[in-house]
Design a protein around this ligand. Sequence first.
Ligand SMILES: Cc1cc2nc3c(=O)[nH]c(=O)nc-3n(C[C@H](O)[C@H](O)[C@H](O)COP(=O)(O)OP(=O)(O)OC[C@H]3O[C@@H](n4cnc5c(N)ncnc54)[C@H](O)[C@@H]3O)c2cc1C
Ligand code: SF4
Ligand code: SF4
Length: 494
Amino acid sequence: MALSYHLKANRIFNNWRKIAWIFVPVIAFGGLLYPRLGLLVGLIMLSIMFLGLFRGKYWCGNLCPHGSLFDYLVLPVSLNRKIPAFFKSPVTKWLFFIFYMFMFTQRLSNVIPLWGSTLFLDRLGYLFTRQYLTMPTVVGLSLSIINPRTWCSVCPMGSFGQLMYKLGKVLRINGNTDQKVTIAAKAKCHRCATCARVCPMQLEPYRNFNEQNQFADESCIRCSTCVKHCPANLLWMANSANGRRITQNVDLEGFERRMPLQAVIEEIKPLADNVKEYTFRLVDPVEVDYNPGQFILVKVSAEPEVYRAYSISSSDLKDRSRLKVTVQRVPGGYGSGIIHDQFEVGMPVELEGPLGNELVVKGEAKRVLLVAGGIGITPFVPVVKALLEGSNSIVDLKLIYGVNKADQFIYADYFEKLSAKSGKFEFIQTVAFPDEHWRGYRGFVTDVMKQMDLEGYEIYLCGPRPMVDAALRLIEEVGGEKGISREDVYYESA
Ligand SMILES: Cc1cc2nc3c(=O)[nH]c(=O)nc-3n(C[C@H](O)[C@H](O)[C@H](O)COP(=O)(O)OP(=O)(O)OC[C@H]3O[C@@H](n4cnc5c(N)ncnc54)[C@H](O)[C@@H]3O)c2cc1C
Ligand code: SF4
Ligand code: SF4
């Protein structure tokens, strides 16, 4: 079953967002008993206007009690579907805003004549309470079944904040205070759409960065969800000046040769349960120059536009007219699901690349340790070949390859043959949960690393995040005494 495009990812990054929802029942229901509680809504409106002037819809993504209710309590039970186009339409938003403000000022005009009497504050508080209870609470909660933030697309208070933001821009007073989502380098973006898939407002930052690398959509609620979830760690919240600094300080090594590649699927080979190797024959250009250890992007769908990153797993390094990638199906995964179920031999496919430099072994390396977990073995297929056939400096090359069960090894014969041919290369396999037939190492890759003298090695890691983190921790623990510095360790998470 394909995973829903929109992800129920964590959107709560501080304690205020965990508890702010409490204000909703306190004001919406408490205000019915003690109407003056409703006056807090007036304060909220003033805050939205003030913050709007300087920071756009920051209130909605960081301080709003309803936002906290939707993102913290409702998200886990919401269907989290696509927000209907009707609610995302600017026409709906501004017509609703005009209607809402008309109704509100009419009701307010009934209260204003009471100014000076003891009834005034009670009636004003009650008016605010009613607005707060009916609109964002009852209507907002009903719409949140489709998607938690459906209401936020049309919320008149959010629109008010947006109007104030426009005013701030005209007055040129929010240049320093306005923090927008900023991408450090477009050339490094995986076009994986994760920023769009986790966005509560269902915006698409990765398709809409401006010349300054900033996402200037006024509907952005500055919630930082995309920033926290970008797998390439490319996103920041920054004003224009900081944005410029971020984009100027990016190392683009390994990304300079990025280009679109048109290809045709030539072969699909199953390698293990849920793992298939895909051979792409290049059509335009007909050849590509890449470094072993780099990866490419494979387009998995056009609308929404989604690519997936896969390490180049070609073993024939002389043939530059073909690229191989090896894809493991992630249970419920969007992209790997499409590749496994819909990619067929003869199909045209759009690629981008080559990309990356983390796993490209430096030319002068003498002693190299490669550590792979699960599908993280793929970049090392060309890397080992290149080091054994092309490098004169290598004197010692080790590859530790760990999986959970012995039948999950791929390319083991290939590495065994290379090891048998070369005295410089040692291939070590380890199984975390072996059966009684397994005769090799038992345990995780870090268990094997603990038994080794790591001194003098350049270390390259590739695998699932927990494996990479555990290996980095181990290297940190023993690194100092073995003379391994952080500069000798390179890693990428598959
Ligand atoms: C440089 C690089 C190289 C890579 N090389 C390879 C390779 O050679 N082979 C390979 O198989 N893969 C590789 N990957 C991983 C690959 O790019 C994809 O991430 C992988 O195929 C899964 O994509 P997907 O669309 O199927 O999964 P997605 O749908 O994107 O899911 C991805 C992750 O999101 C999590 N997720 C799922 N649902 C939710 C939810 N509701 N909320 C929050 N999170 C959720 C999943 O647990 C999963 O871990 C590489 C990645 C990188 C960055
Ligand atoms: S989440 Fe993916 S698409 Fe979005 S900016 Fe990061 S790498 Fe690019
Ligand atoms: S684009 Fe990013 S910061 Fe803006 S609303 Fe979406 S997830 Fe939040």
